[in-house]
Design a protein around this ligand. Structure first.
Ligand code: AMP
Ligand code: MG
Length: 479
């Protein structure tokens, strides 16, 4: 039998015992492969040929060579309130080293109950696991840091979600699963030594060049702030709404994690909320950058004892980093918006130009993604929905700004086409793919996936917003 190519280490299990528990996944008897990511497997140095016909490996029924499964403990501020959480339905098989020696967590999600399951059944249904697969792979193709999806298998048993749904397991690949919530946990329940062990581990794993620095814990905070500023700016620029930005769903690595109630916005509206439980709009599109700061403040608070022995001094230092995050976020976002508008130089009027455009888009209820794509083609002439009279003064201002930068507007068009996706995982398309997959038809999802991995190529089929844009779209957590 050809070797599957696993190369596991278990460094997380060298942390103090409070951070994990050994946990065998439940072992479904007749798992079936639904989708397997050949490209990702190849880039991880795994053997796709040996793995694509091995659903039992991705179901947890057969542990791959060298795996030593654990569930991780963490806490989190959920909608502002502290809660003890942990992997309630996941096991980490180990950290796999890719050929380029980068290390990746390989996690099974939906693999049965653990000591952290609280009232939950430890299971997952097919649709939400496929949804995570589709959206995480789309995010990756858009150049947005994210956990990846290696496979989804059916367990062969049903899960009860008010109705009987097919059970499934997702194999998630992440540069680690350390969360702000892991620090919330260490800070609430651990000693200073436990907290320091976690911080040192995070530094070695994600920011090794900080290891010898005197103020390495403050620098850890700074780096995490930087990565989150960059990540959240990228979300805003493509109209992505995470939906449940609790601190347990915010990574130290700066990867997007936990595709529960997330979705991409069609019509531009800063108040957009998709999550069924987000009654007050805490995690609305427009709030994401500020929630990032709120979460990073929780992270900073956990780190305070390590930052400085004098608490007042530690607070002062940490606050400066949070202000730094907000400034960085603004910088990253504006730089991204400039690229979306084809601008290569900086001008004091740019923020105004972008703000006016967003105001017009909101007023005219324009599709967020398509407006920028239309603009790429509208360097010279207005395109359909932009032909309204109210747009003319703005278009003129933008064109005159462009003409100061370029002799040949074709270059602007080229730049814009690289920064404005034509294809995003639109809700109605994702839902259609999931509905077909529920009935054993995977072709709809496969063609959606093949469009999503080339997001900057025009695709008539996948760039249309839903016909009924007013229909409210709702997404759900813990499904
Ligand atoms: P999430 O909303 O997916 O970020 O999950 C929040 C917490 O609930 C995490 O600790 C999960 O492990 C846990 N959880 C979600 N769904 C289940 C489930 N079906 N069974 C047990 N725990 C779950
Ligand atoms: Mg989560």
């Amino acid at each position: 039998m050809p070797t599957e190519g696993w190369n596991f280490e278990h460094t997380y299990a060298e942390l103090p015992q409070m951070f994990y528990c050994n946990q065998r996944p439940a072992a479904p008897r007749a798992p079936q492969m639904v989708v397997f990511n050949h490209t990702l497997a190849g880039s991880l140095g795994l053997n796709p040929g040996a793995l694509e016909d091995s659903p039992e490996v991705f179901a947890g029924s057969v542990l791959p060579q060298g795996a030593s499964p654990i569930s991780q403990a963490y806490a989190g501020y959920q909608f502002g309130h502290f809660a003890m959480l942990g992997d309630g339905r996941a096991v980490l098989l180990g950290e796999h080293s890719a050929p380029d020696s980068r290390k990746f967590d390989i996690q099974l999600k939906g693999s049965g109950r653990t000591p952290y399951s609280r009232g939950g059944d430890g299971l997952a249904a097919l649709s939400p696991m496929l949804r995570e697969y589709i959206i995480s792979e789309a995010m990756f193709a858009l150049g947005i840091p994210t956990t990846r999806s290696l496979a989804v298998v059916l367990t062969g048993s049903n899960v009860n979600r008010g109705e009987a749904l097919q059970g499934a397991i997702l194999t998630r690949v992440a540069s680690s699963h350390i969360r702000v919530g892991t620090f919330d946990y260490a800070s609430a329940y651990g000693s200073k030594e436990d907290l320091q062990a976690l911080a040192d581990y995070s530094i070695l794993r994600h920011f090794p060049r900080l290891a010898g620095e005197k103020s390495k814990y403050l620098l850890l905070l700074r780096e995490v702030c930087r990565r989150q500023a960059s990540l959240i700016a990228k979300w805003q620029l493509v109209g992505f709404i995470h939906g449940v930005m609790n601190t347990d769903n915010m990574t130290i690595s700066g990867e997007t994690i936990d595709y529960g109630p997330c979705a991409f916005m069609d019509t531009y509206s800063p108040d957009t909320v998709f999550s069924s439980i987000d009654t007050y709009g805490r995690y609305a599109y427009k709030n994401q950058p500020a929630i990032g700061a709120w979460n990073l403040s929780r992270f900073a608070q956990s780190l305070l004892p390590l930052i400085d022995e004098n608490q007042d001094r530690a607070i002062e230092l940490a606050e400066a980093e949070i202000s730094g995050y907000l400034e960085l976020y603004d910088e990253f976002w504006l730089a991204g918006m400039r690229a979306k508008l084809g601008l290569v130089s900086e001008s004091g009027e740019d923020l105004q130009l972008v703000t006016e455009l967003l105001g017009l888009m909101e007023m005219h209820k324009l599709d967020y993604t398509n407006t920028f794509r239309w603009l790429a083609l509208a360097g010279r002439e207005a395109k359909a929905p932009l032909e309204v009279a109210e747009f003319a003064p703005w278009l003129e201002k933008w064109r005159s700004r462009l003409s100061r930068e370029y002799r040949n507007l074709e270059h602007a068009v080229e730049l814009m086409k690289k920064h404005n996706p034509a294809v995003i995982p639109r809700n109605h398309r994702v839902e259609e793919a999931l509905a077909a997959a529920e009935h054993d038809d995977l072709t709809v999802m496969q063609s959606l996936l093949s469009a999503l991995i080339k997001p900057y190529e025009d695709s008539e089929a996948y760039s249309s917003p839903p016909e009924d844009t007013l229909r409210e779209y709702k997404t759900f957590c813990g499904t």
